[in-house]
Design a protein around this ligand. Structure first.
Ligand code: GLA
Length: 349
């Protein structure tokens, strides 16, 4: 196990971006970069033992400075949507940027995915940590928030992402990773043939602007039933108001149980690669890459619509404004600590 550090490139304004490759004894590796604390590649063995890069992304800094799809991105301070781009905390109203309809999406336009993080290889030889100081009122959020995101790769091909932060005032903390996976390999067609399981009896229906209406609806009898493995494309084009609101799957699922547990599993019969998603958070956003666009990807690859899917662990979208949902409020001086694991393996079709 080793970490190799090298220069990935420079930002448009001349700042150096570091890359860190973590490789295990079996040859699997991940590369993470200090720009956006982005997971840039995930090379894992397929059923025949050949390595495939299963994460969508870019070869250079420049496309990450736009990154319209948020490939590999660390999202913060609060992922997904906040209705009306505003919330009230301790009786005070806070305004964020309205960057999608009237709402805020992914704390952008000045998201953590566009910051240069302070990266450092772990002494354990299997991890890399990125630190960020987010000032009081950064993006409109109260409290100075100091956060470290640590990526680690295990000998058995599990990628873990740990978020460890603290704020000096009550704030909202709801970070996620926005990697898109294609288990045939990034650039190898679409993911409609992948088998997906989501460990959720319920999901959060949305309005026409993708804001949850505040209920958890049963998945049973709907296209959102992924309780047993189902090909992503099987029900994707069924007539369904929820799917028409979002142009395809782009919904939060209420993951069964609590604590660290399995939230989802993805499998490609073509490669034999399987990925389990484990999380300690209440929700997971399944986004089927309905609007993938932008410049060519790694190695000049074209990523078509549905060329990858994201499984973003999270507090439910708009939970800061929705009392029925678990709260993403982080109290002053308390530790923000959460972990997501993408565990890779192979199995027979
Ligand atoms: C999340 C959202 C989607 C989309 C992507 C980024 O998954 O729910 O609607 O905005 O991020 O492209």
């Amino acid at each position: 196990m080793s970490v190799r550090e090298f220069t990935f490139g420079k930002t448009g304004d001349g700042r150096e971006v570091a890359a860190f490759e973590i490789k295990n004894a079996g040859g699997a590796s991940i590369t993470v970069i200090s720009y956006g604390a982005i997971l840039q590649s995930v090379l894992v063995p397929d059923a025949g033992g050949a390595l495939r890069d299963v994460a969508l992304g870019y070869d250079a800094v420049e496309p990450y400075e736009a990154n319209p799809n948020y490939f590999g991105a660390t999202i913060g301070r609060s992922g997904n949507r906040i209705a009306g781009a505003a919330f009230t905390l301790n009786g005070k109203r806070y305004q964020l940027a309205a960057n999608e309809n009237d709402n805020n999406l992914h704390s952008c336009p000045d998201g953590y995915n566009f910051r240069l993080w302070d990266g450092k290889a772990g002494e354990d030889g299997l991890s890399v940590s990125f630190r960020l100081h987010s000032a009081d009122m950064d993006q409109g959020f109260p409290g100075a928030f100091d956060v470290t995101v640590t990526y680690a790769l295990s000998e058995d091909n599990a990628v873990s992402i740990t978020y460890d932060g603290i704020s000096d005032a009550d704030t909202v903390a709801n970070m996620t990773n926005h990697s898109y996976f294609n288990l045939k390999g990034a650039g190898c067609g679409d993911i409609y043939d992948h088998f997906l399981t989501i460990c959720a009896d319920g999901y959060t229906p949305v309005d026409a602007k993708s804001i949850p209406v505040g209920t958890v609806a049963p998945v049973e009898g709907t296209p959102f039933d992924f309780r047993t493995a189902k090909q992503v494309g099987r029900d994707a084009d069924l007539p369904c108001e929820q799917l028409s609101f979002t142009g395809g799957y782009d919904h939060n699922f209420a993951v069964n149980g609590e604590g660290m547990r399995q939230a989802a599993e993805l499998f490609s019969a073509e490669s034999g690669i399987v990925m389990k998603v484990l999380s300690d958070l209440p929700g997971i956003q399944f986004y089927a890459g309905n609007f993938l666009s932008g410049p060519a990807g790694k190695g000049g690859a074209a990523y078509p619509v549905h060329g990858g899917l994201a499984l973003e662990t999270q507090y439910y979208p708009n939970s800061v404004n929705e009392p029925a949902f678990a709260s993403p409020v982080l109290k002053a001086g308390e530790r923000y600590f959460t972990r997501t694991v993408y565990a890779f393996g192979v199995k027979a079709g």
